[in-house]
Design a protein around this ligand. Sequence first.
Ligand SMILES: *[C@@H]1O[C@H](CO)[C@@H](O)[C@H](O)[C@H]1NC(C)=O
Ligand SMILES: *[C@@H]1O[C@H](CO)[C@@H](O)[C@H](O)[C@H]1NC(C)=O
Ligand SMILES: *[C@@H]1O[C@H](CO)[C@@H](O)[C@H](O)[C@H]1NC(C)=O
Length: 286
Amino acid sequence: MASSFGAYPPPYLLLCTVFYLSFTLICDCTSMSEASDNITLDSLRDSLEKQEDFIVFSLIERARYPLDSPAYGHSSCPGRQSCSFAELFVRTTEEIEAKFGRYQNPEEVPFFSNYLPSSPPGLIPSFKFPQVLYPKAASVNVSRTIWEVYFNDLLPQFTTKGDDGNYQQAVASDLICLQALSKRIHLGRFVAEVKYRSSPQDYNPSIRSKDLKTLTELVTSEQVEAMVVKRVKKKAEVFGQDVTLDSNGNQTTYKVDPLFVSNLYKKWVIPLTKQVEVNYLLRRLG
Ligand SMILES: *[C@@H]1O[C@H](CO)[C@@H](O)[C@H](O)[C@H]1NC(C)=O
Ligand SMILES: *[C@@H]1O[C@H](CO)[C@@H](O)[C@H](O)[C@H]1NC(C)=O
Ligand SMILES: *[C@@H]1O[C@H](CO)[C@@H](O)[C@H](O)[C@H]1NC(C)=O
C-alpha cells in the first residue's frame, strides 16, 4: 500500500496497530454469547476476568489525553435542551451501533435507550442470541450511575489537568471505557440468573420479603472480590508500565495508577455489579 510516510510506517503507526489489535482481540474473547446456552458461574467469571484486560487497556488509552473539560461542558444540542459534546457523541454513536445490531446482544446495554430506533435493525442478518435472562428482569441497569460516576468522579482522577483540544479522541476513548465498564457491571444480570437457577430456594424468601441486606449477602463472595481487586492492580502494573531502554531508570512509572484501578474495582465496579445482581433478583419472581 502506498504511504505518504515513506517506505516504513513510523513507530506511532505500529503502536496504534498494536493497540488496535489488542483491543480487537480482547473484544472478541470477551464475548460470551457462544457459551451462553450452557452458562455457568465459572464461564461467567472467566468472561469477567478477560474484561478486566479490556477495561485496563481502555483506561490507559483515555489517559493519553488530558481531562479536556470543554468536551463535558454544556453546549447546545441540535433541536433540544443543552447537553455536552460527550453526550451528543455517545448518543449519536449508539444510534449508529444500534442500526448495526449492537443491542441485539443482551449483554450490551445502551446509555441512551430512549433515543434508539424501536424497530430491529434491518442492516444485518439477524442472529438468535440465547435467551438467558429472565425477561422481566432483563432491563435492570445502572447506566445513569455509571455515567455520572465516570464523568464526575473517575475521569478527573486518572487524567492529567489540561486541555489539548483533542475532544473527539478524548470522548471516543471515554465511550470505550464506558462501554467496557457497562458491559462488565451489567454481566451481573447473568451472574444473578446463574446463581438463582442453581438454588432458587435460597433466594425466594428474601426476594419475596424484598430483603436487600440478605440478598446482598447472598451474592457476596469476599474471597473472590479480594482476588479480583488484587488481580486488576497487577494487570494495571503490567499493562501500564512505561517501557524504556534506559536500564538506569530505577523508578517505574505507570500510565494509569494501579492503585486507582484497584480502587475503581473495589469502590465502584464490584459494588455496582452486586447492585445489578440484587435488583435483578428482586424482579426474578415478577
Ligand atoms: C453443559 O456443560 C456441562 C458441564 O460442562 C455438560 O456436562 C453438559 O452436557 C453441557 N450441556 C449442554 C447442553 O451443552
Ligand atoms: C435502564 O433503566 C432505566 C430506568 O430504570 C430505563 O428507563 C431504561 O429503559 C433501562 N435501559 C435499558 C436499555 O433497558
Ligand atoms: C535512582 O538511583 C540513584 C542512584 O542509585 C539515586 O541517587 C536516586 O535517588 C534514585 N532515584 C529515585 C527516584 O529513586
